[in-house]
Design a protein around this ligand. Sequence first.
Ligand SMILES: [Zn+2]
Length: 466
Amino acid sequence: MQRLLTGRGIIAAASLALAFSAGEALAASDDEKATARAIYQELVEIRTVEGRAGTTVQAAEAMAARLVAAGFPADDVKVLSHAPGYGALVARYRGDGRSGKKPILLMAHLDVVDALREDWSRDPFTFIEEDGWFYGRGTSDNKAGAAALVATFLRLKAEGFMPGRDLIIALTGDEETGGNSIKWLVNENRDLLDADFALNSDGGGGGRRDGKPVVYSIQASEKVYLTYIAQIRNAGGHSSVPQTDNAIYRLAAALGRLSAHRFPTMTNEITRAYFAGVAEMKGDADMAAVGGGDTGAAADRLSADPYYNAMLRTTCVATRLAAGHADNALPQLAQATINCRILPGTDPDSIDTALTGILADDGIELTRDAEPTLSPPSPLREDVMAALRGAVDARYPGLPILPGMSTGATDGLYVRNVGIPTYGVAGVFRDLEDIRAHGRDERVRVEDFYATLDHWHTLLTTLAGD
Ligand SMILES: [Zn+2]
C-alpha cells in the first residue's frame, strides 16, 4: 500500500531492489533447503507441550548444537530456563558494529499446543511431507519460524555475512501457556537481548485465498488481556422457600447488562492503516472513513462484524459461570469470569470503573484475576516497512502489505511492554479459509516453508547490511 510508505520509503525500497540486482544471492540452495528441512523436522518431532517437562530444553539444546557446530561461539549461544523443565535459546550473531545501531531481536517459540493421535488423521508428532504440504503439530505455529531463523543464521554464517549490528534469536518455551519465558528474558536478562526493535516470526505473515496470495499482514499491535472475577454472595437457605434476593438471578441480570453494552469505538495508527489498506483493496467507503479516523456511524456499521468489532473496541465477555452448591439449596455464591481485551492506550483502571457501572449491582464484588501487561502499538518504522516491502516483492511484487493489531496475544506483548517495538513479520503464508494452527492436521505448504528462508535472508541482510 502506497499509503504505508512515505516518499523516502519508496526510494528506500527502490534502492533495495538495486542492491539485489547487484548480485545478492536470493534463493536458498538445495543444500540450504535440506538443512532447514532437517531442523524443521527435528523441532516438530520433539513434543514440546505443557506438562512434558524438559522437552523445550531438548529443543533449545538441539538448536544450540547446530549453531555451535556452524561456528557460533558457545558463549553466544545460551540455553536458559525461567523455571525447571522449561527451555529457551538466546543466540547472538555478532556484527562489527559499523552501523552504530542497537541489535535486532528475532523471535519464535519452541512450545506448541498439544495434539492427540486420535484427533488427527496422522501422527501429529511425525513430520510428514505429502502432496506439497508439510504436516505436523507446530508446522505453522511456530516451528516454521523457529527453524527458518536458525537456518538463516547458518546460511548467513556460511556466506560470510558480517552484520553491521548484532542479530539475536530468542526461542521461548511457553508462549502458548504462560508467556513467562519471554517475560523473564526481557525483564531479568535484558542485557542478553536488548534491541532496537524485534521481528517476531509468530505474528503477521501472508494470506492466501483459493491458493492465491492476496495480502501480507505485519502485526504491529496487540490488545491487552485482562480477566475479572465477578462474585455475588447470599445467605442462601432452603429452596422450598425462595427469597426475592437470589445470587444467581442477580448475577444473571448483571451479565445481561454486560451483553448489551458496547464500549466506544476507537482507532490507533495501526488500525487506521489497516482499515485504509482494506478500503483500497475493496473500495469500501466505511472502511475508508474509519481509516481516516472516523469513529462514528461508519465504525458502528463495521462493528456488526465480530472481527472488526474486536479491532474497533475494547471487549469484555463472560467466559465462565459457576453458582450454587446443592439442588435443594438457594445459592450462596454465584460467580462469573469476564475476559476483557482492551485496546492499547486505554487505562485498565478505566475498565474497572466501566465494568462496575455496567454490572450495576453493588452486591457484586469485582476483582482482577491477574494484572494486565500493557502493550503500546509499535510505530510503523520506515526501515522495517521498506525491508519488508523488499522481502514481499521478491516473491509477490506489489502484494498489499497491511499493518495489523492482533485481538489475541503473543510473546510480542511482553517485548513491547519493556519498550522494544515489535513487528510480526512471519515468512509463511496461510490459507485464510483453512487456518489449522492449534487444530487438527496442521500444515504448511512445502514451497511456502522454503520461501521463508529467502524472506528472512532478505530482511536480515537489508536491516543489518549497512
Ligand atoms: Zn504461536
